[in-house]
Write a protein that binds this ligand. Structure first.
Ligand code: XIL
Length: 354
């Protein structure tokens, strides 16, 4: 079924399209836009359908949406032999109604695979998947995480590549195949390699991973692979020293020097291991957002910043890392009642400084 605005019947989607009075206050998307960036968040489309207040907040604050799970294999390829695009189509329609762009996530990942996924996936499966998914949304998805988490230095290959099922069957060439297939299916889409563990200056494995990533990206660019960006996940930890200084800035510059854009795609700050009441933790979380973004946004190649969720009401990070005292984690810019937290202010200020 072709999705058009006519098919958007629910009240929650009407809220997506409705003007919101509070939009006159500076939203994150307005602050980001003034610095020439896109701000957005990852969402589950059913949340936008079911929760009118949340949908209105997303419409007010976000210029970009990332499908949190709706484009992963275990959703799109849940059943063997057929594609299920219902959730992904929904997300696209919601983004259209909001006037937001979509960052697709993710075409290949070693996680979120369906039960039927073969032990030895072949080139035909790879090209068939990438071609079908990117092709369906050609001209509508602005950018893609083509391969997620391709680097795993613990797998002890000299090139640092993760021994994913794709790597084991097809060798490192699987990366080129995936980017080529995506580029063929939508020549205008911006294609990214996405990874975590690139954020902190004082974590040795992360600074080493930056070197591995630079070598990998450099090799792909040199080989003429159609890659346009690096997506840095940006899952931060409130109990850790916020070491986002010169080394991070240098890393971003070196990525940019390869001619690549940079997206921060999964930003949030865990507070499951920090002490103090909610107000104190919120100040700490905000400080981490501020320090990370001050360095990231000083780099002009950073074109988009997305948080992994928008409100603490729906945060996979808070779900995965419960606090020992039983209090709900508060990793996102808006609280569970959809009110802006110090983190939202810190983000607006960080965008405003540029
Ligand atoms: C997570 C989702 O947020 C969860 O809802 C799901 O259960 C598991 O995946 N890095 C990624 C994201 O690239 O796709 C992951 O998303 C979080 C870690």
């Amino acid at each position: 079924m072709a999705l058009t605005r006519r098919t958007l019947a629910s009240g929650a989607v009407a809220a997506l399209a409705a003007p919101v009075a509070a939009a006159r206050e500076t939203s994150l998307k307005a602050a980001a836009r003034r610095s020439g960036r896109l701000y957005g968040c990852a969402v589950e489309p059913h949340r936008l359908d079911e929760d009118t207040g949340f949908a209105a907040l997303a419409a007010r604050e976000c210029a970009a949406l990332i499908p949190e799970n709706a484009m992963k294999w275990d959703t799109v390829r849940h059943a063997e032999g057929r594609f299920d695009f219902a959730a992904a189509d929904r997300l696209l329609a919601q983004a259209d109604a909001m006037g937001a762009v979509v960052h697709g996530h993710c075409l290949l990942w070693h996680e979120a695979l369906p039960a039927w996924f073969p032990e030895r996936p072949d080139e035909r499966l790879l090209r068939g998947h990438v071609g079908a998914v990117v092709g369906r949304y050609a001209g509508r998805v602005r950018s893609w995480d083509v391969v997620n988490e391709a680097v795993e230095r613990n797998d002890r290959r000299p090139d640092g590549l993760r021994r994913s099922p794709w790597l084991e069957t097809l060798g490192p060439a699987y990366l080129r195949m995936a980017f080529e297939a995506a580029h063929e299916a939508d020549p205008a889409a911006r294609l990214a390699l996405a990874d975590y563990g690139l954020e902190y200056d004082d974590v040795v494995w992360m600074t080493e991973k930056r070197g591995t990533m630079l070598a990998l990206l450099g090799g792909l660019v040199k080989a003429g692979v159609p890659i346009h960006a690096l997506s840095i996940q940006g899952h931060l930890r409130g109990e850790q020293a916020p070491s986002f200084g010169r080394p991070l800035a240098d890393f971003l510059r070196r990525v940019a020097d390869l001619g690549l854009e940079i997206y921060v795609t999964e930003l949030d700050v865990r507070d499951d291991a920090t002490a103090g009441d909610a107000a104190r933790r919120d100040r700490n979380v905000a400080d981490h957002y501020r320090r990370f973004l001050d360095t990231a946004l000083a780099e002009p190649a950073v074109r988009m910043v997305c948080t992994w969720g928008l409100s603490d009401r729906y945060s996979a990070t808070a779900d995965f890392f419960p606090r020992p005292d039983g209090a709900r984690g508060r990793p996102l810019p808006f609280d569970a009642d959809l009110r802006p937290k110090p983190a939202a202010k810190a983000m607006r200020q960080a965008f405003g400084r540029i």
